[in-house]
Design a protein around this ligand. Structure first.
Ligand code: ADP
Length: 300
């Protein structure tokens, strides 16, 4: 735990201050995590949450139907397509898509001893410490708030029950979309994932064809190939190897599946089984979210 404390101190760029989202998240973490560092043992989580709700949200019960002030979360195993669908919805609805995996990768692209220690965790399929992720997310939310952002679609957060409890104390999450796909497809999708090192776009070279049977339909997902401008710039994520993907799936089942239950109990979980690739899944997802109309389906 000493390592976690050290990481927290080094990565936390914030000066605690009341009504500051960053410091609130960090303070919440300190007070709610049984293992977390104690910045301020006096802090009352509920009181601080109320302060934050007042300062950051004009409505006492934010709802996505009221405009852009909505807070959605995407859950799902590695490779399921959280990034793809969260990013499409973010374009459609005009709210930012915040992927903690992207924040982590950006942060770890810098050099230094700490970065390389954290890279070790990520490249072996382990989660990074809650303190580190809360610090990164807080920084991103604060920057967004300064730009006038009032809602977001989170992808990759929360990933532990501690993170879910902290988020619940800060914001009223409106909806949690739990994407599901057969494990065979998850592995193939991770191994086939390619990213353009220049524009950051995601592609997939895998052609997934899982035979039906036992009441299951055949699942076909064609490759999502890059356009010529990206072809020579494709890279593979260091954690998309077979061994590491299997570890990420194991970690998901152990650490993140309880988060599904956390939201199920609160009536916020929408289970969504992907029927195949984007052409089949996207219109179905829009229908499940009551977002379908001709204009919206046209961008599928
Ligand atoms: P995945 O495809 O496994 O869902 P992500 O791109 O979301 O991958 O995340 C990549 C890595 O970043 C994770 O394996 C983990 O090490 C780290 N990470 C991202 N989000 C979190 C989080 N909320 N808590 C802890 N670690 C995280």
């Amino acid at each position: 735990m000493a390592v976690v404390h050290r990481l927290f101190r080094l990565f936390s760029p914030f000066t605690p201050a009341k009504n500051n989202l960053s410091s609130f998240l960090i303070r919440s973490l300190s007070s709610s995590s049984p293992h977390g560092p104690s910045l301020d043992p006096e802090i009352d989580l509920k009181e601080a949450a109320a302060e934050l709700e007042k300062s950051s949200s004009p409505s006492s019960s934010p709802s996505w139907t009221k405009g852009r002030n909505f807070h959605w979360v995407f859950l799902g195993c590695p490779g399921v397509g959280k990034g793809t669908y969260a990013s499409r919805l973010s374009t459609l609805l005009g709210v930012p898509h915040i992927a903690t995996g992207d924040l982590v990768r950006e942060e770890l692209s810098s050099s230094g001893l700490l970065s390389s220690q954290l890279k070790e965790l990520v490249n072996h399929g382990k989660l990074v410490p809650d303190e580190f992720i809360i610090s990164l997310l807080s920084k991103r939310l604060e920057a967004g708030k300064e730009k006038g952002e009032s809602g977001y679609i989170l992808d990759g957060f929360p990933r532990t029950v501690t993170q879910a409890e902290i988020l619940e104390g800060v914001i009223n999450v409106d909806l949690v979309i739990n994407l599901k796909l057969k494990e065979e497809a998850l592995l193939a999708k991770c191994l086939g994932r390619r990213i353009c090192s220049e524009c950051g776009e995601n592609y997939n070279v895998a052609c997934i064809d899982i035979k039906g049977g036992d009441g299951d339909d055949r699942m076909y997902m064609p490759p999502l190939l890059p356009p010529p401008k990206c072809e020579s710039k494709l890279i593979t994520r260091a954690d998309d190897t077979e061994e590491v993907v299997k570890e990420r799936l194991r970690v998901y089942n152990k650490m993140t599946q309880p988060v599904e239950e956390f939201y199920r109990k609160r009536g916020k979980l929408l289970e969504f089984e992907l029927p195949g690739g984007i052409p089949q899944s996207w219109p179905k997802l829009l229908r499940a979210l009551h977002l379908e109309d001709d204009k919206q389906s046209a961008i599928a």
